[in-house]
Ligand binder design. Sequence first.
Ligand code: ADP
Ligand code: MG
Length: 211
Amino acid sequence: MVNSQELIQILTKINEKIAENKDYLTQLDSAIGDADHGINMSKGFKAVVDRISQMKDKDCGSILKTAGMTLVSTVGGASGPLYGTAFMRAGQVVGSKTELNFDDFISLLEAALEGIKLRGKAQRGEKTIIDSLEPAIEAIKKHKEEGEAAALKRVVEAAKEGVEYTKKIVARKGRASYLGERSLGHQDPGATSCYLMLKTVVDWITENKGL
Ligand code: ADP
Ligand code: MG
């Protein structure tokens, strides 16, 4: 489904998407955090693209691990180590493969989620990245039998619903948790960036793989 070169293209698209949404993500973080999520993410993904652009002859695991290490080392905020761990875990699970299929995609998402949970000690419902990522993974698994195109469409829908849900819950982890009840009504920046990434991957696959 996706080879090393295409994986680099997808990560490049993620960088573009994050850059386009830099102000939006920072604005969300200004309401319940310290107004840097867009800045953190765009800085991190720009560095990722710089590092991986020459890696098309490497395996998918190395590309994802390099992306993860770059995020950890370039992003100061909580999101750097969290997304960094996610990409490193994803890289570990795909290992030396030079082409990823649909099941690999599910496995790497599961590994990424596990990494985020381990690193950040958060669970669903605490107003974090997990609130869009976990429902997206559940959706892809649940709708897998309906075909790849249908399952991928559900991923985007579930992640979007997860983002909406963060408005209705109180933050229990990260900076926003300092606000307690005052975090209610606000959309979580990290859940939003995760949705944007998932949508970018799905859009790329849909457009380029004729789904
Ligand atoms: P910081 O909070 O250090 O300024 P960012 O603004 O870049 O870092 O990222 C904030 C986002 O990180 C939050 O919106 C939330 O989604 C996510 N986040 C914070 N803590 C955790 C955690 N323990 N587990 C998962 N995600 C978290
Ligand atoms: Mg912040």
